[in-house]
Design a protein around this ligand. Sequence first.
Ligand code: ADP
Length: 744
Amino acid sequence: MGRTLRIRLRLRRFMRRHQLIFTILRSLMIFSAGFGGAYGFIKASISENSGYNPHTFAIGASFLFALACVGLATLSMRLRFVHKKLQKIALHNEVLADRNWELQEAEQRARHLFEQQGDLIVMREQDGTIIFVNDAYCQMAGLDRENLIGSQFAFDLIEQGDSALEPSGTRVHDQRIDSATGPRWIAWREALVRSDAGHPAVLQCVGRDVTDRTESERALADARDQANAANRAKSRFLAMASHEIRTPLNGILGMSGLLLETHLTPEQTTYAKAVRTSGEALMALINELLDYSKIEAGKLALEAQPFSLTALIEEITELLAPRAQAKQLEIAAYMDERLPTWVTGDAARLRQVLLNLAGNAIKFTSSGGVAVIAEPGIWPNEISFQVRDTGIGIAFEAQERIFREFEQADDSVARSFGGTGLGLAISDRIVKRMGGRISLQSELGAGSTFEVSVPLPAALERGEQNSFRGPDLTGQSVMLIAPTGLQAELIERRLQHWGAQTCLVAEAAVADVLLPERAWHAVLIDDAIGSDAARRLGATAQHHTTRLIVLVTPASRHELMPAAPFHGYLVKPLRAASLAARVGFAVDDTSLVDDPVPTIAPPITASAGMGLSILVAEDNDINALLMRSLLSKLGHHADIAVHGEAALDSWLAARAAGTPYDLILMDVQMPRLDGIAAAKRIRAHEAAEPGRRTPILALTANALVEDRYACFEAGMDGFLVKPIDRDKLDEALANLAAARQVAA
Ligand code: ADP
């Protein structure tokens, strides 16, 4: 079946292709048949021995006629069939013509649309020959379509921008081209498209003129760079200005300190103290500005050193205790014992943040107390520090704003409390640099809780000992007689953590009733209930406990002397270790045991006969005078050199005379030869000639880290930051004197 069909199809195709041959063949066949038939009849009718029979002839003729009629009828039917088919084809043809017309119209519309597009459209063959361009492209090229089509025109390239390949295969890139209308930025999208089956793919490029956008982006980037540069310049200026201000401030603070040590009338003392307080306020402001500029300039380098968490928070409360106690406020620290006692991080920066928060808490609280609490955070290795106060609180709308620089919750409040509005901005940035966050919970009039959460991994080098073990007070009863507040709450929490059954009593009358009810393991009486009440309650309590401890402030400590009936006292704010020692372990009942952990280490002072000979290189007259006075008061002898060169000469002269200096205090910024260069020269001399190495301490008003590096690189042994802290100077010199004695 298939085969026959194939043969017929081929035959038809052959017929269509070679119609002339077929017509000739057909004509020949008809002619031969007609001629053969007629000739046969005529021949048969005239032949004598053909046996012609008119009847048979008639039958034959009739048969042939009938045959011809059938053939004609068939032909006629076929003609009608073909005619009908032709009509159908004509109709179809008409529909096709309509379609064709519609398609042409659509194509024209599409072409028109393409040509009218604002984007540049060009289609190229693989060799780059243009086969289509739109009006926008012609305009941009400044050429007619006729000139462009068939050419390999391309714009002159001024700058090639970024290029990327999309997953669909489309290449996207920016170019700055030289067009007929001047340089333009074009964002191209180029893709290979197949326009017709059987034809090779063509490259279709669509370009959008993005000159305005690119130029505004560039202008923005330039503006940002300029702003950054200006910001850096501002930070440098701030750093420089604060350095310049520190130098005279050093004189003001130092001299007022010295003045206060002389005999003054009460009026003069008031004035001198006012000078010193103002100087200190200015110093704090400059330090904040310097910190801020350092953070702004991205120069805040964080350290990762092991430090004691307990010491950190207890020292903060101890440092702020005088300020809090002067305002009759409680201040307490609490560290959750699940925390490691030693962690790794930047203790100085964390202290700065917590001091700022706790300092604010005291500033904005007039009654109640302040607490610094350390607890595990929500993430592993995270520690949450809470600074709680019972102060004026912060309105909800101001809570976000106060973390921005120079913002204060309420200007009128700020004016009555002072401050710059920089502290929280600095703290927030420091904490963010540490990878942590600060949050705030507060209500106007209901106190505030600032929470600092920072990742601080445990200091692994501390190993097993890295946790505080409190005493086991399981089953032991402790009475705490103290006004209700943050401090009492935290002491009770700690005692309960150690297993004690606690009884917190705020009223003396209630305590009177409860004390005789049982034998107490320990009774703690806070002198905040009043010295007389404390002593009276102590007298009652001594019959019911063997550990009767009074909680005192450094100021009220003397009011309770003689100490009886108490067995011991604890200085507020309480240290966990001191509380453990008093409550948990055996005490000598008869003696008043002092706080085992001294709050402040006794200052090391240079003892008589240990005076050092010191060369001070300082160009500022007042500061030189101040250094000389400070050093002579500390029992040392000072020679002043007014610049680096003079310092080098004096050092060489003293060395040559066989009386070398014990120490050089070297100002960093000096005329002629600065401190760094002078130190380098001294070290070079020492390297060339054998002899004793002279320690050099830098005196710098610049507290930036890079300045410290520069000092160490120049061979200096340390530095003292201006304004010179008398205790630090004394400590540094005493250590040096001690080292010299050991060496001798
Ligand atoms: P400063 O205290 O120098 O003004 P800060 O940035 O430390 O600057 O604080 C910004 C403002 O936030 C303060 O002026 C004050 O209005 C508000 N504030 C901060 N801490 C407290 C607090 N504990 N209680 C009430 N208000 C506070």
